[in-house]
Design a protein around this ligand. Structure first.
Ligand code: ARG
Length: 565
């Protein structure tokens, strides 16, 4: 464009075309440039074309409408690109960005209670990001910042102690954390002696009293085990080694306070130590206030998060820190990040990112609850998903043997729940709907898994191992060409999600890919008699490219595929 006399700050604006007759891509940059240069857009577009040396990747360019430039890619070149991609274990996806060390804080449930649906989003969106960045070659450090510290643990371990004294074991007493919590709370409210004991346990816990500490450890261990069962069910890549909760930072909290004081950031406010943040002031100009230490000396959620930022920067040596927690914690994290910068805990070279998300809603548009109005346990929800999937699969394919049906039901049920969530724009609330997410039509996990099995069945019918077909691809029909181009866009899509952490972009891509495949499959016979063997092999090969892209894409979303369903 510069050769056509256009200033460098005007980008070519190349995007995929909406319709095949507008070419494969479109460059829309001539219009804005022409406007600024007070020229006719079509004249300018023509000058761009006159100054362009077409490479082997482009067949021809043409000007359309008010000044769009349609780009028609070369089929042989496209075929070669996909051929190369298929020979590569990462499907030719090469990260162009410098590789980073990325700390991802996700799932992070509060251990005082059972994991509920509120933790689903953080867990699966964060896990997708971790898998994706790893796939692109980045070094990912997962951090499960569990809530395992704070005053409520005094009450909980005092209650646990009472159970143990009655000869119960901890696993039994804590098998249902939800009701255990309620029981402890009722006890606390009704019995002043118990309440006093609970309070004294908080103090003892903080001062490192061995007996109280060992009770706390028991509690923590059993509760963590509950979460691990869920991670397992969910096919989430978090392991026990990734747990680094609030308690880990406990010893560092006095130093956070003294460092902030040294930096002159701390002020006294009604006995508490606080930081006033003018940069986060409200509309009236009142500064935002972050409490760092309470009047009674207690520390807060912010204090351990500040220690967390320092640890992740200083010890884990993160280039990028991504925290996946719901939108209601936006102000909290803004405060933490602002203070961390001002205090020098995180230099500007380290990116601090909160990736918020909306709430999962019930059919009534209100936050998702049980029919009785209680919180829905994640474990129950996942079991129900698998049961529902099993019924649907049994009806669809009665010949599938029982063992295989169980495996498929697990993959489909869990996949459906995850995909329904991941395919919605993260920052919006969304309505949880069993029928929609388990449908075999539309943008759902079962649809994609089914498309994958369809392709596998073609290979079975053909009796070939598609990975062994290494003949060149032939692009004949338009449906083949658009499918090849779609496959080749995989890397761009992944880069975009790596940057913005919006997994629905990847979901939409996979859905488009599957839909284009169906169109290709209808338009281009593969195993029909009379199809030239070279073309047949090429189409098998293209089908293989689609299947591999889907398998890898779904794997990044933490969703499993199967050979048949
Ligand atoms: N435990 C918190 C909760 O359940 C989430 C923690 C998110 N991570 C963080 N570094 N604050 O709300």
């Amino acid at each position: 464009m510069t050769k056509a006399g256009i200033a460098e700050d005007f980008p070519p604006l190349v995007v995929p075309s909406k319709r095949a007759d507008f070419g494969d891509y479109q460059a829309n940059g001539a219009m804005a440039a022409a406007k600024a240069m007070k020229e006719k857009p079509r004249d300018l577009a023509q000058r761009i074309l006159d100054n362009l040396d077409l490479g082997e990747e482009t067949d021809r360019l043409e000007i359309a409408g008010p000044g769009f430039i349609n780009i028609h890619l070369n089929r042989a070149w496209l075929a070669e690109q996909l051929q190369t991609a298929l020979g590569n274990e990462r499907l030719g996806v090469d990260s162009e960005k410098p590789l980073q060390r990325v700390v991802i804080d996700y799932s992070s449930p509060n251990l005082a209670k059972e994991m509920h649906v509120g933790h689903l989003r953080s867990t699966i969106i964060g896990d997708t990001q971790a898998r994706l960045l790893e796939f692109l070659g980045h070094e990912v450090i997962r951090q499960n910042h569990v809530g395992d510290w704070g005053t409520q643990f005094g009450m909980l371990i005092a209650q646990l102690e009472a159970h143990l004294e009655h000869g119960e074991n901890a696993e039994f007493a804590l098998q249902d954390l939800e009701s255990f919590y309620k029981e402890a709370k009722t006890h606390f409210d009704a019995d002043p002696d118990f309440a006093n004991k609970a309070r004294s346990y908080v103090v003892k816990l903080q001062s490192g009293d061995e007996r109280v500490l060992s009770l706390w450890k028991r509690f923590r261990q059993v509760s963590l085990h509950h979460s691990e069962i869920i991670y397992d069910k969910l096919n989430v890549s978090l392991s026990p080694e990734d747990v680094r909760g609030e308690s880990f930072y406990n010893d560092d909290l006095p130093r956070v306070v003294s460092d902030l004081a040294e930096q002159g950031l701390l002020e006294e406010d009604q006995g508490a130590k606080v930081v006033f943040l003018q940069e986060l002031a409200d509309k009236e100009g009142n500064p935002s206030v972050a409490i760092i230490q309470k009047q009674d000396g207690g520390y807060l959620y912010s204090t351990s998060d500040l220690a967390g930022v320092r640890f992740r920067v200083g010890t884990l040596k993160a280039d990028r820190i991504m925290i996946f927690v719901d939108a209601r914690q936006s102000l909290h994290l803004k405060q933490v990040f602002t203070i961390a910068r001002k205090a020098g805990f995180a230099p500007h070279s380290v990116s601090l990112e909160h990736h918020p998300f909306g709430t999962m809603l019930g059919e009534d548009g209100k936050p998702f609850k049980t029919r009785q109005g209680g919180t829905v346990k994640l474990a129950d929800l996942l079991d129900e998903a698998v049961e529902r999937a099993e019924k649907i699969i049994a009806a669809k394919d009665p010949d599938l043997d029982a063992d295989e049906r169980k495996v498929v039901a697990r993959k489909v049920g869990i996949g459906a729940v995850k995909y329904a969530d991941l395919s919605k724009t993260r920052t919006n609330d969304y309505v949880f709907n069993w029928d929609a997410m388990l449908s075999f039509e539309g943008n759902t996990a079962p649809y994609l898994q089914y498309a994958y099995t369809r392709i596998q069945s073609i290979f079975r019918k053909a009796g070939v191992d598609p990975s062994s077909l290494d003949k060149a691809l032939i692009i004949e029909a338009d449906a083949e060409k658009s499918l090849v181009i779609k496959c080749l866009q995989f890397g761009e899509v992944l880069e975009q999600v790596a940057e913005d952490a919006y997994p629905h972009v990847l979901c939409n891509y996979l859905y488009d890919l599957a839909s284009l495949f169906m169109r290709f499959y209808e338009a281009c016979p593969i195993l029909k008699e009379g199809v030239d063997p070279a073309l047949r092999d090429s189409r098998l090969r293209l089908s293989f490219a689609v299947a591999e892209t889907m398998r890898v894409g779904l794997d990044i979303l933490g969703i499993e595929v199967m050979e048949r369903m």
